[in-house]
Design a binder for this molecule. Structure first.
Ligand code: ADP
Ligand code: MG
Length: 352
């Protein structure tokens, strides 16, 4: 069931290798290319498998190699910290009644609280017991009994979570999971590292979640492709391209991780209202924002909320983000802030 795409979003940029093919672990871990680009800047590109997905990082600047090495260390640190399955991780320990604090968890709890409150509970890190019940954390997911869903729903709800000094304390049967924001937070942290090391331009793709630093080395915008949800493995079948600098471009889609039972498909984004995979009429949500953590959280939340609620939310916060929604009817809906940055061979509608 675990169908991890090498790229849910595809880069289209000047140098080859921006559309990544799946590689063996050996290819990935031995890759460490440093070269001098035509602009005179050093550049470094690395790939890594972490957080259950393929990731690629590219940076330009005199300290590109160090910056990318530091970014790889940061990915490994956050993977070890936030993993729900690793007994040594902070999240695992919190979920098993231990007290443990970390600056990252403090930050993520604050952002999760904001997202929960502002999305009417659509984004909720306390759905972990439901993720487990559906088997999304293991190898054999299956549709649970309704009575078990009902019992588990009672344990969920961010407003029921005790938080002492910014540290969550899940009690009997409760559990937290930052899976809906972890990759966006990670790409945001990498941007900070790039800034520290004087990187002049850079881009990371964490399982298709893209965040760009500056422009491309030639001064033009980075071009990020939006996967066609009906053809997620076909890198030539894009639903559109978003051109940006200094932004995260993050997609959530029902096609990213799912299983099929009795001919019906069940994906990994849960509607907190009923405990079932969200069925809000959307095939995918792509959020564009300068804030990677926000973009990731909102991609999950808007997927749960559906188009009307998502647009109402955007109209309240147009300065924070823009988005591209693809509906079950294959409409492509693009918020106004992307008017100059979005292109597609297909028909699309600009939302005001
Ligand atoms: P992906 O991680 O596949 O890129 P998302 O960013 O949409 O996709 O995150 C999905 C993950 O978020 C799930 O695997 C689960 O860990 C968690 N999750 C599922 N439903 C919700 C929800 N309603 N609110 C917050 N997190 C959720
Ligand atoms: Mg998300």
């Amino acid at each position: 069931m675990k169908r991890i795409l090498t790229a849910a979003l595809l880069f289209i940029c000047l140098f080859s290798g921006c559309t990544r093919e799946a590689k063996t672990d050996k290819d990935i871990f031995s890759s460490n290319d440093t070269e001098i680009s035509h602009t005179g800047n050093a550049s470094a590109t690395r790939e890594i498998f972490a957080m259950d997905t393929y990731m690629s990082l590219t940076a330009y600047g005199d300290h590109a190699e160090t910056a990318v090495d530091k970014a790889i260390s940061e990915i490994k640190r956050l993977d070890a910290l936030l993993s729900v399955g690793d007994e040594k991780s902070i999240v695992y320990r919190l979920n098993h009644g231990e007290k443990a604090d970390s600056e990252d968890v403090t930050f993520l709890i604050e952002r999760s609280a904001w997202l929960y409150e502002n999305t009417d509970g659509a984004f909720d890190i306390t759905l972990f017991p439901l993720m487990e019940l559906w088997g999304f954390t293991g190898e054999h997911p299956a549709v649970p009994e309704q009575s078990d869903i009902d019992k588990t729903l009672v344990l969920c709800g961010f407003d029921k979570l005790i938080i002492e000094n910014d540290t969550p304390e899940p009690k009997d049967g409760q559990g937290i999971d930052f899976g809906g924001i972890a990759k966006g937070y990670t790409s945001q942290r990498i941007m900070e590292i790039f800034r520290e090391y004087g990187i002049t331009s850079g881009v990371v793709s964490l399982g298709g979640n893209v965040q760009c630093y500056g422009t491309k080395p030639d001064g033009s915008l980075w071009r990020c492709g939006i996967t066609d949800p009906d053809h997620p493995d076909d890198t030539s079948a894009l639903s559109g391209v978003i051109s940006v600098d200094d932004k995260a471009v993050i997609t959530s889609g029902g096609y990213e991780r799912y299983f099929t039972e009795n001919g019906k498909t069940y994906h990994h984004i849960i509607n907190p209202e009923n405990g079932y995979p969200a069925d809000s009429g959307l095939k995918s949500v792509t959020i564009v924002s300068a804030d990677g953590t926000l973009a990731d959280g909102l991609s999950t939340a808007c997927f749960v909320m559906g188009k009307e609620k998502s647009f109402a939310f955007w109209r309240e916060h147009p300065e924070l983000f823009d988005m591209v929604l693809i509906t079950n009817e294959n409409e492509i809906l693009v918020t106004e802030g992307l008017k100059e940055n979005f292109s597609s061979r297909k028909d699309y509608t600009i939302i005001k």
